[in-house]
Ligand binder design. Structure first.
Ligand code: COI
Length: 372
């Protein structure tokens, strides 16, 4: 079967506004302290694909529960992918998003890997624009210093009612939106990392480079182990040698060496190709750092913390932006990097990134797309 998109004619998202949207006061209360991923806007995007018609019935509708048959394939075989993006309100009130074409391309790659139909870049961007324009009052102001934004979650899943194991012939695409503050309740403070030696996240030929729910489900038991050992997040090692540092599961990793050069694990097919990762590489070069994409061993991290060769470690992702890492913990030991505050390179890169996203710095590379 072909899983190519059949939306040769541009897909348009008809807007059906609900008449019972929350009051300005109720919205203001949520926007004052949104947390992460707890509150959702008044509307959502939904579209359907099937083998005969391709993409159709694309609309912005009232946010609410989906009605799903218990035999829907996604509930059994996890044929599902998603993206994470943000909408930022600039000081002049306009609303923008960051590199949506890169997310659209990754969504298409994830779709191919999970044997789901592709959604064109135009339809992907049109869907988030339609939702953000409908729920524009839910985009927080970033100007209060809290770096609030509207987190956008496009996702696609196998909705066909069928228990045979094969690519679904009916698929649903949705976008939901959630006003958010910082991903970590502690803000930009260094987080602690547990080394998962019992569990791996991805193996060559597997789904590590795809943004699919299954990767995150598989990481949860390791995350529980990390929490039990007093850590915020888990770092996964490669599946073959259990030697090379890959990623945190929801964030990519960067290492700042004593000489100011920056190293990040190279993309081997088992690491998610982060949009923030790619952007940080470019911004770091702008700030005068040499950036190397190469394998990084756990031993290099452990030893470098002791010798001082390693000046800073940080993680990055759309949700967590740039987050410093202080402590690395494993069965039988731990090391610290930094002085318990974020290092200067991580903080400078964080500032460079959010200044572009919030319109406070020139968007020299055309990374921003206006939504409203
Ligand atoms: C993101 O950074 O947007 C992610 O997708 C990571 C996590 C919240 C799942």
């Amino acid at each position: 079967m072909s899983t190519q998109s059949t939306d040769a004619a541009p897909l348009s998202f008809e807007v059906h506004r609900r008449d019972d949207v929350r009051s300005a006061a109720a919205r203001a209360e949520i926007l004052a302290d949104p947390g992460f991923g707890k509150a959702f806007t008044d509307h959502m995007v939904i579209a359907t694909w099937n083998r005969g018609e391709g993409w159709h019935d694309a609309a912005v509708r009232a946010y609410g529960p989906l009605s799903l048959d218990p035999a829907a394939a996604v509930l059994h075989y996890a044929q599902e992918i998603f993206e994470g993006m943000k909408a930022y309100r600039h000081a002049d009130g306009t609303v923008w998003t960051f590199r949506p074409e890169v997310n659209a391309a990754r969504f298409a790659r994830s779709a191919r890997r999970l044997a789901l139909p592709e959604l064109s870049q135009a339809a992907f961007i049109a869907s988030i624009r339609a939702l953000v324009q409908t729920d524009v009052d839910w985009v927080p102001t970033g100007s209060d210093g809290g770096e609030k934004s509207l987190y956008l979650r496009p996702f696609m899943f196998a909705s066909e009612v069928f228990l045979g194991v094969r690519p679904a012939a009916e698929v649903t695409y949705c976008v939901i939106a959630s006003p958010v503050g910082p991903y970590f309740a502690s803000g930009v403070r260094p987080v602690s990392i547990w080394v998962s030696t019992h569990y791996t996240r991805a193996a060559p030929g597997g789904t590590g480079a795809a943004k699919c729910g299954g990767n995150y489900a598989a990481s949860l038991v390791a995350q529980m182990e990390g929490s039990a050992n007093g850590c915020d997040q888990v770092v996964f090692l490669d599946a073959a040698e259990h030697r090379w540092v890959e990623e945190l599961g929801g964030m990519n990793l960067f290492f700042v060496l004593r000489d100011g050069s920056i190293v990040t694990p190279e993309l081997t097919g088992t690491i998610l190709e982060g949009v923030t990762r790619a952007s940080v590489i470019e911004l770091a070069k702008d700030l005068g750092h040499e950036v190397l994409e190469r394998q990084v061993s756990l031993k290099e991290w452990q030893d470098g913390a002791g010798t001082g060769e390693l000046a800073e470690v940080f993680a990055c992702g759309t949700a967590a932006v740039v987050t410093p890492i202080g402590r690395l913990v494993w069965e039988g030991g731990e090391v610290h990097v930094g002085d318990g505050r974020g290092g200067p390179v991580a903080l400078a890169l964080r500032a460079a990134l959010v200044d572009v996203q919030y319109g406070r710095a020139e968007d020299a590379r055309g990374w921003l797309t206006r939504l409203a």
